[in-house]
Design a protein around this ligand. Structure first.
Ligand code: B12
Ligand code: SF4
Length: 492
């Protein structure tokens, strides 16, 4: 049987399409778990953004899939449904239409809603939660030729149609990670995954997180659990990334610092096995970094040059609202420890909390500047489906866009605060980002590490951005920029 697994191309509008093209790991993990004897092809559309339609048509005509699996986050779902439609209507004339199966975050959160509406016509199957075992069982059930006849109702995590009606089987228990084979990266049909020009790959060392931040979609996937891979398995996967040509590896765990001692052990193993010739990136928590001071040093030696640090907010009231706990002091300590060891920081900031005024939002930018955070990843609080914060904001009448999920990526405002409209929130975030980050001097660590060329590049951009304001009002420049971003993820 031929199986084509596709990941959606949609990306964050403000990140230039060429900056980061990181491959989807879940599909390679699923590919490795499928029964032997099938032809499995993984097509990640992140590096086909300029030719999505042609690439799909070509892939379907070349590989003639019997089953197409589509992976989609919530904001990518519009593209996912268009691709399902394209395959259903146009492709493979003369050969039987492939089964189409949707998986990933949006399917997991919204399978009931998708199947009960018109979109139920677009898909043959939906899979909730982890896909490795459920898709394997589905493939066995529909295997062409072999006719093994596994009844669909026994496949945990599967939604399927019976006599035209959708049925939703109970979710499967969380997988024992020890049973999962290493991801199979050799199944990728397109190459060219890069961070700027460096070849990049992804790997995971754990799944899940035991915290309960109420803006996070994690809990519907893994509940509040934390499962880890054995360290030798992670090292073997790093070797596979190297073999696949990676110069940089993104460790895509939700919270790799949940057990900081284990992360320390992993860094030591990377050093011992001499894999610290790669660049690594991870999402880290300030609590984890601050609680084991020697961790930052080990990370630096292991090759972590840059990390994403969930700083989120400087206001205790907002942190409380986000169910994040009081992490302000941890944030300060973590920034210092990472910088002492010359690890650059992308700071995550969430603005647009119910009580936020202009001044509250500016306080966050000021904090980032004072603390010397190197890059700002400022997002607007997003009411992702089925999250606690969505319910809370809906109850308070603060969700201004409950339905158009294409805008659910942290960049657009889908909420208002008690003091700022959604439009104003977008403007305030844009204005402060320019003032405090884009137009500011690079941090001392950035200058030291990036040398004259990095510094000059940032300054050139700053001069250009300042120049725009000589002839136009701030509002005009803002509107123009946003107009450009609106079209970024329109592919089909
Ligand atoms: C790594 C990551 C990123 C990386 C992506 C790099 C990359 N190419 O992998 C970066 C930092 C760029 C990123 C950005 C964003 N991310 Co992100 N990201 C993650 C993270 C931490 C891990 C994803 C991952 O690879 N997991 C490991 C693999 C093995 O699991 P998986 O992808 O879930 O796949 C499994 C199942 O979902 C399922 N499955 C998946 N696809 C399919 C398809 C089929 C056919 C089947 C059957 C099954 C199936 O089976 C897989 C194996 O078990 C998740 C949180 C999480 N743990 O999932 C958030 C997460 C996916 N991101 C999220 C969001 C919102 C974003 C952003 C929109 C904004 C933001 N806040 O950062 C941007 C969007 C940019 C983009 N297009 O990628 C949300 C999605 C919420 C939602 N409702 O859609 C999550 C869940 C974070 C959260 N805590 O809420 N992200
Ligand atoms: S710490 Fe991160 S992964 Fe864990 S619940 Fe909070 S936002 Fe989600």
């Amino acid at each position: 049987m031929n199986i084509l697994l596709l990941n959606m191309p949609d990306f964050l509008p403000f990140i230039a399409q060429s900056t980061l093209k990181a491959p989807h790991l879940g599909l390679c993990s699923i590919a490795a778990s499928l029964p032997p004897g099938h032809n499995v092809y993984v097509g990640d559309l992140v590096n086909r953004r300029s030719s999505v339609r042609e690439s799909i048509i070509q892939a379907v005509n070349t590989y003639k899939p019997h089953l197409v699996g589509i992976a989609s986050m919530t904001f990518q779902y519009r593209t996912a449904r268009k691709i399902a439609q394209l395959i259903k209507n146009n492709v493979g004339a003369g050969s039987p239409r492939p089964y189409i199966c949707l998986g990933g975050y949006h399917a997991t959160l919204m399978h009931q809603e998708i199947c009960s509406g018109e979109d139920g016509e677009l898909f043959d199957f939906l899979i909730c939660g982890e896909g490795e075992v459920t898709l394997r069982e589905l493939v066995e059930a529909i295997e062409v030729g072999a006719r093994r006849n596994v009844p669909l109702q026994t496949i945990a995590g599967l939604s399927y149609k019976e006599e035209g009606m959708w049925r939703h089987n109970p979710r499967s228990p969380l997988l024992d990670l020890k049973t999962l084979p290493l991801p199979d990266r050799s199944r990728r049909i397109w190459s060219g995954y890069t961070y700027h020009v460096t070849p990049v790959d992804t790997l995971e060392t754990s799944r899940g997180c035991t915290f309960t931040c109420n803006f996070c979609s994690m809990h519907h996937m893994y509940s509040t659990t934390f499962r880890t891979y054995e360290i030798p398995r992670v090292i073997a996967d790093i070797e596979n990334c190297k073999r696949a040509g990676a110069g940089m590896v993104l460790m895509i765990d939700d919270n790799i610092t949940l057990n900081p001692r284990r992360f320390l052990e992993l860094c030591e193993a990377i050093i011992k096995e001499k894999h610290n010739d790669l660049w690594y990136w991870a999402q880290v928590s300030s609590r984890g970094i601050a609680s084991v001071p020697e961790l930052s040093r080990a990370m630096a030696h292991a090759g972590f040059k840059i990390v994403f640090l969930g700083i989120e907010n400087v206001s205790k009231r907002n942190l409380e609202q986000l169910k994040k706990g009081d992490i302000v002091e941890y944030n300060r300590k973590a920034i210092r420890l990472l910088h002492d060891n010359k690890v650059l920081i992308v700071g995550g900031m969430i603005v647009g909390n119910p009580e936020d005024t202009y001044g509250d939002i500016e306080e966050n930018f000021r904090f980032f500047r004072e603390q010397g955070v190197d890059f700002y990843f400022d997002q607007i609080l997003t009411p992702y489906p089925k999250t606690g914060i969505r319910e809370e904001l809906m109850r308070q009448g603060l969700v201004t866009n409950p339905d158009d999920f294409t805008r659910y990526n942290g960049f657009w405002a889908n909420v208002r605060t008690k003091h700022l409209s959604d439009k104003e929130l977008e403007f305030v975030r844009w204005k402060l980002h320019r003032e405090y980050y884009t137009l500011s001097d690079p941090t001392p660590l950035y200058r030291e590490l990036m040398g004259v060329s990095g510094y000059a590049f940032r300054n050139l951009r700053n001069v250009w951005k300042k120049g725009q304001l000589l002839f136009n009002s701030e509002r005009t420049v803002f509107e123009r920029e946003m107009e450009g971003y609106r079209r970024v993820n329109e592919y089909l």
